[in-house]
Design a protein around this ligand. Sequence first.
Ligand SMILES: [Zn+2]
Length: 488
Amino acid sequence: MRIALAKYGQETNSFSSTLTTISTFQKFGMFEGEDVLESGISSGPIAGLFDACRDAGFSWEPIPLIRGWAGASGKITEATHQFFVGKITDGLSGHENLDGLFLDLHGAAQAVHLDDCEGNLIEQCRAIIGADKPIVVALDHHANVTQKMVDHADAIVAHRTQPHDPYDTGYQAGQLLVQTLRREAEPVSVLQKIPMLTHQEQFLTTPAGPMREWFELARQLEQSEGVLSISPCPMQPWLDISEAGWAVIVVADADQQLARKTANQLAEFAWENRQRFMQQTSVSPAIAVTQAIETEGFVVLSDTGDSVFGGAPGDSTILLKLLLENPIEQDCLVPMVDPGVVAEALEAGPGASLSVSVGGKQDSVFSSPAEVDCVVAGTGGGRIRVDVIGNDSYDAGRAVLLRCRNVLLAVTETEGIGGNHPICYEQFGVDVSTAKMAVLKTASNFQYYSQFQPTIIRADTDGMTMSGVNRLPWNQLSRPIFPLDKFD
Ligand SMILES: [Zn+2]
């Protein structure tokens, strides 16, 4: 069997003005043809697919087309979307005797000219590969799943946990692909949309709470005879398009009715628990900083409004300014995106004293530059090898470490992973375990700091990924939707 493979992944924040281009993809690595399988797939869906095939004793030949990931940012340019669609559809046309297609996508990608990038891609792939060859898709569960995606794919599987486990998603999707190709299963899919979007503070499936209960219900109903796969999809809450909202995808074995009934059951749980999904743990930035200082042991201080994993620019200075105002004995680790300050510091050189105006430039709506006196404590950057969010490396451009009294500021040219992994400081020789706290530019992906057994404190900062979803400037979204509108 010959199966074509492609990855085209980006999560769009409609409120960001930073366009996503080919070079954004290149920062996380973009590969074509045989290079797709060369390196960097060990923790992603493609690795899961390979292992599912191996474990099933399935003999196949992979036909790799392209692999690109751009993290989260603003809308994709038209040329960039057409580039990926062109590479994938040309690849499908150029290979004869294909038996199926495996797509590794995000599911919440918006282009400047197009609201549903993945639906558009899958539709075009279907037109080339034909109705009788399976297309199986792995998605991030923060996708905005559309009817077009479901109509043109044979099966869609989204992440089953947060923290994300992209390998597992690929494995599950791979099993479905093998079963379909062997004619052991005849997948039919049903999409049930739910008129909800909620902030990310309840997005983890590990602690007790509604998200865990919802995903456990999915796993339980998956045991039912005839149900092949269930994917609850709590959409990321910064995609401003008319079709946006939560969803459930149920894939059943030739049983549309069963799929519909199961999807309804899952949707009902989400809707009935909607108020619980809105429970907020974040506190005002000033209170969060005070709590972080007073807490025993290592603290992760989450900058919820400036999540680079949600497409915010990573240059908010709200927490930085508060940390500089407060006397703290141990170091506070703070990430910051500011290419101009990186250039100034590199020119001054290690050990030099500088006065700089840092951050608050890309996101000038919610924060403003901080004036700091600092010493250049280190230089670094470039392509960093680390397993993070399903990739094995990233490029944040050039980077410098600035010491501003108690704050160690890791300043990068681009957002990269926003200080969300200790490597961001370890690359400069910093021993993270001796620090008091690290500011993370995420509201829920704290797993890379788990070795320090941190206390998590979320700051309710304003920004493009803020928990106050009511305060975001929605424009295209179809109404009514919870929690922006009242429901009885
Ligand atoms: Zn996600």
